[in-house]
Design a protein around this ligand. Structure first.
Ligand code: MN
Ligand code: MN
Length: 278
């Protein structure tokens, strides 16, 4: 990998990891989710990167793709909170997530299962590893603890300004498999749940512009975020209805409304292993 690109990844990763940890200490009972989301997005900029997507703060049965739009939702005691953040420098993205419990310790094992699945998965990553092997390790680890992986959510390769660059890392031993290669950049993200691990969709809170179109609103948003996801919070004065070629990221919810935990790191694959940047 080119040294400049490598340095951008390292810097983006360092910033994302630092902001993740700082955000965790701000998750407390009765604090609005918006306060933590805005902290994350502002802090990423303050440290010299840009948010690669709106801070995802998904609670309990919501696995991902929730970002608050106003001050209304607040953390409650016993919530299982997934903080999922992305920072990029010149489009080179670091994507990372962690789970915390608000004021209780009832879901430690579920959260631990995700963390251990991620660690075990990372140990298997090197040039030529099959994605289904990594998925198998994640599935086995989560099931060993008595939980289920969320099968419809996956890790993914990353490329400049591309959050999902074509290769997926399943959270179970899938039949389909791809070979990962040296110098590829991946986010691996196990999700574990008390439920069956299937999903249903909720409302959209996060969007991206898929196509180039010359309407004023589209041009303005492409200029601001390129092809990366955004929240209406970031685009005051722009109406979602005026945009064309819009991609909606719907909330992803566990099908039986069971609690979900998540853990995620970004890594660069090398000959004998990988370099975790977050
Ligand atoms: Mn993520
Ligand atoms: Mn990801």
């Amino acid at each position: 990998m080119n040294e400049i690109v490598h340095n951008h990844y390292i810097d983006a990763g360092r910033i994302a990891a630092r902001v993740r940890e700082e955000a965790v200490s701000r998750v407390k009972e009765d604090i609005p989710l918006l306060e933590v989301a805005e902290f994350i997005e502002n802090r990423i900029k303050e440290l010299g990167a840009k948010p690669a997507f709106p801070a995802n703060i998904s609670v309990n049965e919501i696995a991902s793709h929730y970002t608050p739009e106003d001050n209304t939702p607040c953390f409650k005691r016993g919530d299982v909170v997934k903080i999922d953040i992305g920072a990029h420098i010149e489009g080179f993205i670091a994507d990372t997530a962690t789970s915390i419990e608000v004021g209780t310790q009832d879901h430690r094992r579920l959260i631990h299962a995700c963390e251990e699945a991620l660690e075990n998965a990372i140990s298997s990553v090197k040039d030529n590893t099959q994605t289904r092997t990594i998925g198998g390790i994640i599935e086995t680890t989560i099931k060993k603890h008595g939980f289920n992986p969320v099968r419809d959510l996956t890790g993914h390769s990353l490329e400049q300004y591309k959050l999902h660059a074509g290769i997926t890392i399943p959270n179970y031993r899938s039949i389909f498999s791809q070979k990962i290669r040296k110098d590829m950049v991946f986010a691996i993200e196990p999700f574990a749940t008390y439920g069956k691990g299937n999903i249903k969709y909720g409302k959209p809170h996060i969007y991206a512009i898929n196509e180039r179109s010359n309407t004023k609103a589209n041009l303005r948003l492409r200029e601001l975020f390129g092809p990366l996801p955004f929240t209406p919070r970031w685009a005051p004065g722009i109406r979602i209805e005026d945009l064309t070629g819009l991609r909606e990221y719907l909330e992803i919810i566990e099908i039986g409304s069971e609690i979900v935990a998540q853990s995620e790191h970004t890594m660069i694959v090398n000959e004998n292993g990988c370099e975790v940047i977050t």
